[in-house]
Design a protein around this ligand. Structure first.
Ligand SMILES: [Zn+2]
Length: 260
C-alpha cells in the first residue's frame, strides 16, 4: 500500500545498513522528495574513489492486484511548466541532458512466485531458484519500456527487467571487477541496454557497452558540494530555486571500501 517515495526511503535506509562501503543520499530540495515519479541520479564509485558508473532512476510501483504499473505512462506537469509531458519522455529527456543512462526501478510484491521469470543470472542459478525476494526491486532500460508503450503490465515488462541485485552481482563467477561496483554497474547496464540503437535517440554517449567514467559527473560533484554544506549546517543550498539540475530530485552515491 506504500507509494513510491515511501518505498524508496525504506529501501535507501536498508541499503545504508547493508552496503559495505559508504552511501550518501543527497536530496536537492525538500519538496522533490515527495514528488511521485521523481528522477534520482545514482553513482557507483569504485575502490579507487574516482571510477564511476552513473545512471538516472525513476521508480514505479506495481498495483495492488499485481497486474500493472499504473502510472508508467502517466502524464503530468513538471514544476514550473504549463503543459503536460509523459513521464517516460521526461525521464529520457533528462537522461540525454545529463548524459546518464535512464532506468526504471520497478517495485514488485508478487503473491504468485511462478510469475517471476526464470533467472538468467549466474548467481541465482547457483542456488537453483529465481529467489522471489530478488524481484522486490527489478530494473529495466527506459528505452525498452518506451518500446512497450502503451502496455503497462508486469507480464510485459518482466521480460526486459532484471533483479536489482544483478546491478552488482558477479553472474555466479564469484570474481570481483577491477573497478568494483563501477565496473559491475557498467556491465549490468550494458546488458539492460543490449539492442539499443542510434535510432532510439539517446545519443552516442549513452550507447552500450558502457564503461565507467574516470571521475564523478558534474551533477554528483554538485551533490557532494550540497552534502558538505549540509554537514556544516548550511541548508540554504537546498532551496528549489538554487537547484542547478532541474528535474532531478537528488543523488545517491555508493562508494566501495577503498581496499575492496
Ligand atoms: Zn544477479
Amino acid at each position: 500500500m506504500f507509494n513510491e517515495p515511501t518505498v524508496t526511503e525504506v529501501f535507501l535506509l536498508d541499503l545504508v545498513e547493508v552496503f559495505p562501503g559508504k552511501v550518501s543520499i543527497i536530496p536537492f530540495n525538500p519538496k522533490a522528495e515527495s514528488q511521485i515519479g521523481a528522477d534520482w541520479a545514482w553513482a557507483f564509485v569504485g575502490p579507487d574513489g574516482r571510477s564511476c558508473q552513473a545512471l538516472l532512476v525513476q521508480a514505479k510501483r506495481l498495483d495492488n492486484h499485481d497486474r500493472e504499473y499504473s502510472e508508467l505512462y502517466y502524464q503530468g506537469k513538471p514544476s514550473g511548466s504549463t503543459y503536460s509531458v509523459l513521464q517516460s519522455d521526461r525521464l529520457i529527456a533528462s537522461a540525454k541532458r545529463y548524459r546518464l543512462p535512464p532506468v526504471y526501478a520497478f517495485y514488485n510484491h508478487l503473491n504468485d512466485p511462478s510469475r517471476i521469470p526464470r533467472s538468467s543470472c549466474g548467481t541465482l542459478d547457483l542456488i537453483q531458484s529465481s529467489l522471489p525476494e530478488s524481484w522486490g526491486v527489478a530494473v529495466a532500460s527506459a528505452i525498452n519500456v518506451r518500446k512497450a508503450k502503451p502496455n503497462k503490465t508486469y507480464d510485459c515488462h518482466r521480460h526486459h527487467s532484471r533483479p536489482l541485485h544483478c546491478v552488482l552481482c558477479s553472474r555466479g563467477t564469484g570474481q570481483q571487477f577491477a573497478m568494483g561496483s563501477a565496473d559491475a554497474a557498467a556491465a549490468a547496464l550494458s546488458t539492460l541496454f543490449e539492442g539499443t540503437s542510434e535510432d532510439d535517440g539517446l545519443g552516442p554517449d549513452l550507447m552500450p557497452p558502457f564503461e565507467p567514467a574516470t571521475e564523478l559527473p558534474e551533477l554528483f560533484q554538485y551533490a557532494e558540494h550540497i552534502e558538505q554544506a549540509r554537514a556544516k549546517g548550511n541548508t540554504d543550498l537546498l532551496s528549489e530555486n538554487r537547484n542547478e539540475f532541474p528535474g532531478i530530485a537528488g543523488a545517491v552515491i555508493l562508494r566501495d571500501p577503498e581496499d575492496a
